[in-house]
Design a protein around this ligand. Structure first.
Ligand code: NAD
Ligand code: MG
Length: 386
């Protein structure tokens, strides 16, 4: 494999820091050109001093001074603000952009990177939820690679290797079920954010951890899968698999199924994307069957965890519906983390926002950016009124 220059957007987060662990493991193959952070100046500075990228971006303007001063004796370019994310991915030296930003904020940098011919390693599933059709059109147009980092989608992608001629009959996305698996609405009506933030199998950023507890994460992943693999809604099923060892499954026309498995460790799908199409030897921990004498499966409870059903409905309805769903969910998760709404109140808020926003059939990118903004305002205004 030829040495790859990568930009890591969101390098201070859960995926970003694990991506830097992967880069550390392959110094001959991977080189970091760009690092960006939302507001964690200290970690961004430490990362910049270690990895010596050409440029860093701190999105929050008030972090600029600290980063600039700390890197004054280096030749690292320091930029601030959201627009800088779009400038920084355009460097001709960059081969691949790993988008590990959380939320719809990741959309514009992805669009710009694709337009500049960069391969994309995508952790930021919200990009595809908000604008999947447009993004996959751009991927085609600019002939770039779109490499999934989300573990389920990485699993499907790996199962599809060598199957170019063979249509998918169906996929099964596996779901851990989160910390509240098996609980009823009565129980859920009283859960706190601290309980929701304790995921049984994965340590992740706060937003995706809450999404995992509410099953919205799986809903967003159903939408992500639709666009990545060009599937109909009916071809995508969710199966709860509490051990998170089987990362997802493809079923082909002859009924044969391929699954991809391994320990729940995001470094594996991250490495897979960053070193694609090669598989490089590493010393990460290996799976031991004897530690997992049974792998189990159960149906997802979409009556109690309504967010998964709301996401399926948004996908069936099409147009701008998934964009509204995502914006309302970002507001709902933020409000839940600030103790402004209850756990189950998140589904009510999302549903009410979707009812208030008139459907738009064929949104352009600028429509979607406007709908995202408007839906957030509608959702914020509904808090306390439901
Ligand atoms: P995180 O909150 O830990 O990190 C987010 C990163 O984005 C940080 O570097 C933060 O500074 C930056 N950021 C936050 N808001 C920003 C903004 N408005 N503009 C620019 N940068 C901003 O999140 P995470 O858990 O690493 O998740 C990142 C993405 O990867 C999400 O889309 C998530 O759904 C997806 N994902 C994460 C995991 C996981 O294990 N953490 C697994 C699968 C998919
Ligand atoms: Mg996932």
């Amino acid at each position: 494999m030829k040495k790859r220059n990568i930009a890591i957007l969101g390098s201070t987060g859960s995926i970003g820091t694990q991506a830097l662990d992967v880069v550390r493991a392959f110094p001959e193959l991977l080189q970091v050109s760009v690092l960006t952070a939302g507001n964690n100046t200290d970690l961004l500075i430490a990362q910049a001093l270690e990895f010596k990228p050409k440029a860093v971006v701190i999105v929050r303007q008030d972090g600029f001074k600290a980063v600039k001063e700390a890197l004054a004796t280096t030749d690292i370019q320091v930029m601030a603000g959201e627009e800088a994310l779009e400038d920084v991915v355009q460097d001709p030296a960059i081969d691949m952009v790993l988008n590990a930003i959380v939320g719809a904020a990741g959309l514009r940098p992805t669009v710009t990177a694709i337009a500049q011919g960069k391969d994309i390693a995508l952790a930021n599933k919200e990009t595809l939820v908000v604008a999947g059709e447009l993004i996959m059109g751009l991927v085609q147009q600019h002939q770039v690679a779109m490499l999934p980092v989300d573990s389920e989608h990485s699993a499907i992608f790996q199962c599809l290797m060598g199957e170019q001629q063979n249509p998918i009959e169906k996929i099964y996305l596996t779901a851990s079920g989160g910390p509240f698996r098996g609980k009823d609405s009565n129980f859920l009506s009283n859960v706190t954010k601290n309980e929701a933030l304790k995921h049984p199998n994965w340590v992740m950023g706060a937003k995706i951890t809450i999404d995992s507890a509410s099953l919205m994460n799986k809903g967003l992943e159903v939408i992500e899968a639709k666009w990545l693999f060009d599937l109909s809604v009916e071809q995508i099923d969710v199966i709860v698999h509490p051990q998170s060892i089987i990362h997802s499954i493809v079923q082909f026309a002859d009924g044969s199924m391929k699954a991809q498995m391994g320990l729940p460790d995001m470094k594996l799908p991250i490495q897979n994307a960053l070193t694609y199409p090669s598989r490089q030897p590493n010393n990460f921990e290996r799976f031991n069957f004897l530690n997992y004498p049974s792998l189990t499966f159960e149906k997802a409870d979409t009556q109690t965890f309504r967010n998964l059903e709301l996401a399926y409905q948004a996908l069936r309805d099409g147009g701008d519906r998934a964009c509204v769903l995502n914006a309302a969910n970002e507001v709902a998760v933020g409000a839940f983390l600030e103790d402004r709404i209850s756990f189950l109140g998140m589904s009510d808020l999302i549903e009410a926002t979707m009812c208030q926003q008139k459907k738009i059939e064929k949104p352009t990118l600028s429509d979607l950016l406007a709908i995202d903004r408007e839906s957030r305002v509608v959702a914020q205004n509904l808090i306390g009124k439901l």
